[in-house]
Design a protein around this ligand. Structure first.
Ligand SMILES: NC(=O)c1ccc[n+]([C@@H]2O[C@H](COP(=O)([O-])OP(=O)(O)OC[C@H]3O[C@@H](n4cnc5c(N)ncnc54)[C@H](O)[C@@H]3O)[C@@H](O)[C@H]2O)c1
Length: 324
């Protein structure tokens, strides 16, 4: 057996891991890939690895207890709910991630969904394809006289605010964890959660999925929206109570919804929100561009190599648990 350092990939769904291999090879680290199907399979693959790279497969306490010399678990993307952070921390394993590789793509996607609805691009395009030169058939209103409400003013919400500010729309927002100074520096008027729903022509969601935000967009909040207003969700599906949303759409309580994320992904063939005439759904691609994809893969491998070569990686998820 080689005595080079070894990083084991727990799972992936990419055509190849050549990019990751190249990064690790430069640091004289071996990469061994497997698409693990069970806890035992992962334990067998990872037992003597120096590091792990992980996409979705659960890295449980039992797996972690079997790791003999692992120093780092490097996670593709932001979410680390598939990793037992407590168990990793107890063993002194750093969990590192790449939370910021795609904020510009996601913000652009949200703005694109808003503009597509506002200018009825898809609907006019479909009419023209059907042979209908649909001159003034769909009613349009001046975008700059509208209000966009942003929920969650972190990296993505802030970028949405900056991009939309060039359209001179009225921006309002809600984020209980962001200071007044930050919010006003973005040109966003601070509102209560309820007032964002009441006043906005578009409500766009950019908060994480937590116990506090699960099903936050409820019947009560949807009932506050104007019947001409739209909901935009590029955050996480379960932030919205989809049953309440479907009722709001069916009863024309809101004008429509555009979403990149759903409670069940991929959705079942008979998903009533996907097939609803007032919905526009994209397949969880807000994060994606060829460039963001390459950046993610490069940085996941680099973060693993950094830890194994005793450099401090940019993002450490369990810093607080490790008391570094
Ligand atoms: N569709 C995609 O492809 C895609 C890609 C990346 C991220 N995302 C989603 O976007 C979310 C936001 O990403 P980010 O990089 O801006 O994260 P971030 O951590 O920088 O910002 C999240 C913001 O939400 C705020 N927040 C937390 N709880 C809130 C609440 N109850 N109400 C209002 N605001 C609240 C936080 O204070 C923070 O400012 C991610 O958590 C992820 O779920 C989606």
């Amino acid at each position: 057996m080689s005595n080079r350092l070894r990083v084991a990939v727990t799972d992936h769904n990419y055509p190849s891991l050549d990019l990751e291999k190249e990064i690790l090879e430069r640091e004289n680290i071996e990469l061994s890939e497997r698409i693990c199907r069970s806890e035992d399979d992962l334990i067998e693959h990872a037992r003597d690895a120096d590091g792990l790279m992980n996409l979705f497969f659960p890295v449980t306490r039992r797996v972690i207890e079997h790791l003999e010399k692992c120093r780092v678990i490097s996670v593709y993307g932001t979410g680390t709910n598939q990793i037992d952070l407590q168990a990793a921390s107890e063993k002194g394993i750093l969990v590192v991630n790449v939370p910021d590789y795609c904020y510009d793509e996601v913000a652009t996607h949200a703005v694109a969904l808003i503009l597509n609805i506002d200018r009825q691009i898809t609907n006019y395009g479909l009419l023209v394809k059907e042979g209908d030169w649909a001159y003034m058939k769909l009613e349009l209103h001046r975008f700059r006289e509208k209000t966009v409400g942003i929920l969650g003013l972190g990296a993505i919400g802030k970028s949405v605010a900056k991009k939309l500010s060039s359209f001179n729309v009225n921006l309002i927002g809600y984020d209980p964890y962001v200071s007044d100074e930050t919010i006003s520096s973005l040109g966003v008027g601070r509102r209560s959660l309820q007032d964002v729903f009441k006043e906005s022509d578009f409500v766009t969601l950019h908060m994480p999925l937590t116990d506090e935000t699960r099903a936050l967009v409820s019947t009560e909040l949807l009932a506050l929206m104007k019947p001409t207003a739209y909901l935009i969700n590029v955050s996480r599906g379960p932030v919205v109570d989809e049953k309440a949303l479907l009722r709001a759409l069916n009863e024309s309580r809101i004008a429509g919804v555009a979403m990149d994320v759903l409670c069940r992904e991929p959705p079942p063939a008979d998903d009533e929100i996907v097939s609803h005439p007032k919905s526009w759904v994209t397949p969880h691609v807000a994060w994606y561009s060829e460039e963001s994809f390459d950046e993610l893969r490069t940085r996941v491998a680099q973060a693993a190599a950094d830890v194994l070569r005793n450099r401090v990686p940019k993002f450490i998820v369990n810093k607080h648990l490790l008391k570094l």
